[in-house]
Design a protein around this ligand. Structure first.
Ligand SMILES: Cc1cc2nc3c(=O)[nH]c(=O)nc-3n(C[C@H](O)[C@H](O)[C@H](O)COP(=O)(O)O)c2cc1C
Length: 408
């Protein structure tokens, strides 16, 4: 996570929290009145997991952004803040905005939408500004803030300045001008906006769609963040897809590796004894079971590996499947110039192969066949003996990184 700063309208300092890779397409999250960027925590994580760079902005007078001395919280200042942030971002994010944030985003994207953003998602954002309802919500928020003085994460002066009828005028007719793929998310039991109003609003959008989240009054603050995350990811995948890298025969090997890296595996160390009695071994995740009867398995070994000639010739070898505590072992058996067996506990197995002590499982094999396979060879073994540890978790490997099992 990192913090970035933007300059808003009249130079006001605005703060945002950023997660995810710089190369991933961006999503800008905009909270509502009386909230901060923290309201998006669960959603932000889900989006990052789905391959998005997530920027959660604090509105002026909220959270870590500046609380301007002059107390300028009129709607136009908030709208210009967002336009300023979008033009400083250097990428056109999908803007996901809730309640007041939704009004701000709608007004900000009324002009030049396609230059500033690549999509818009409105969450719980009332279609009409009902001044009486806005007043009630405002009073509720203000009350909550005065009950916890000193802890309020937002400047209560916001409600002194925000003129809801002016805001209603300003928002009149903007829907038809938002020239972006737009998703409208309504809590199915929301008091803020009726089903009919939501449908009519979406009908005015040039490119709008509507989803309803069941059992939800206010989607963003409810425990329906998981459902919201699901709808967002679906919308993003369809309307703002991530560019997928592509490999074709003859193009670079790196992309091919990355494509193969999508297959999650365990990690093994393949070992054998040299004719001089010294052990050799290397880390390999190309392990596959082959046959149950007879019991057979295979690993693919690079022809260029230092261990390759010994493994080709060895009549017996072992495959040691690593457990979660053996990541250092995996590194040691993949690295150059390491004293691989000097610091790794091991013993000679019943069939004369080096067995790494404490592995998740170890298979002692007799060489069954060696097949050429491009720049690797396929070493097929007939299993003579397998031992395994039933309780430990495996060391996993996915997209070039070690992973561990995660139970949701
Ligand atoms: C997770 C992981 C999986 C690997 N899988 C294989 C594999 O299946 N086959 C292979 O030949 N090398 C594989 N390697 C690379 C070798 O472990 C590495 O090149 C090692 O240094 C070879 O050692 P050597 O040259 O002493 O034989 C893998 C490395 C890592 C970190």
């Amino acid at each position: 996570m990192s913090i970035v700063e933007y300059r808003g309208f009249a130079g006001v300092r605005l703060e945002a929290e950023v997660i995810g890779s710089e190369n991933d397409p961006a999503v800008l999250l905009l909270h509502g009145a009386g909230q901060t960027r923290a309201v998006w925590a669960g959603v932000a994580d889900a989006l990052e997991q789905a391959g998005r760079r997530v920027i959660s902005l604090d509105l002026r007078g909220h959270g870590g952004s500046e609380w301007p001395d002059d107390g300028r919280y009129d709607f136009e200042a908030l709208v210009e803040d967002l336009r300023a942030v979008l033009s400083q971002m250097g990428t056109r994010p999908v803007v996901v905005a809730s309640t007041l944030g939704g009004w701000i985003a709608s007004a900000a994207l009324e002009r030049d939408a396609a230059l500033l953003a690549s999509g818009l998602v409105l969450v719980d954002s009332p279609v009409h500004v009902d001044p009486a309802l806005a007043q009630r919500v405002g009073e509720r928020l203000r009350e909550a803030a005065t009950l916890a003085p000193g802890q309020a994460q937002w400047d209560v002066r916001l409600f002194d300045t925000l003129d809801t009828s002016a805001m209603a005028d300003r928002l009149d007719g903007v829907a038809a001008k938002i020239a972006l793929p737009t998703l409208y998310v309504r809590g199915a039991i929301s008091e803020l906006v009726s089903k009919e109003d939501a449908a009519a609003f979406v009908g005015q959008l040039p490119d709008g769609e509507l989803v309803e989240v069941e059992n939800s009054a206010l989607v963003v603050t409810d425990d329906r963040a998981d459902a919201l995350g699901g709808y967002l990811i679906d919308f993003l995948e369809r309307r703002a897809p991530r560019g997928s890298p592509e490999f074709r025969a003859g193009s670079d090997a790196r992309t091919f590796r990355d494509a193969l890296g999508c297959f999650a595996t365990g990690v093994t160390v393949v070992t054998a004894m040299c004719p001089d009695g010294s052990p050799i071994g290397l880390t390999a995740n190309s392990f596959t079971s082959v046959s149950l009867d007879p019991p057979m398995l295979l690993v693919c070994i690079a022809n260029t590996a230092g261990s390759a000639p010994y493994l080709r010739d060895a009549e017996r070898f072992a495959v040691n499947v690593l457990q979660i505590g053996q990541q250092p072992t995996s590194n040691r058996f993949a690295g150059k110039g390491e004293d691989r067996f000097g610091v790794t506990p091991w013993e000679v197995g019943e069939y004369g192969t080096p067995v790494l002590t404490g592995s998740l499982s170890s298979f002692e094999c007799a060489r069954d066949a060696v097949h050429d396979g491009g720049d690797h060879f396929i070493l097929v073994g007939r299993v003579l003996k397998a031992i395994f540890e039933p309780r430990r978790d495996p060391l996993l490997y996915f997209r070039g990184k070690y992973r561990k099992l995660h139970f949701a």
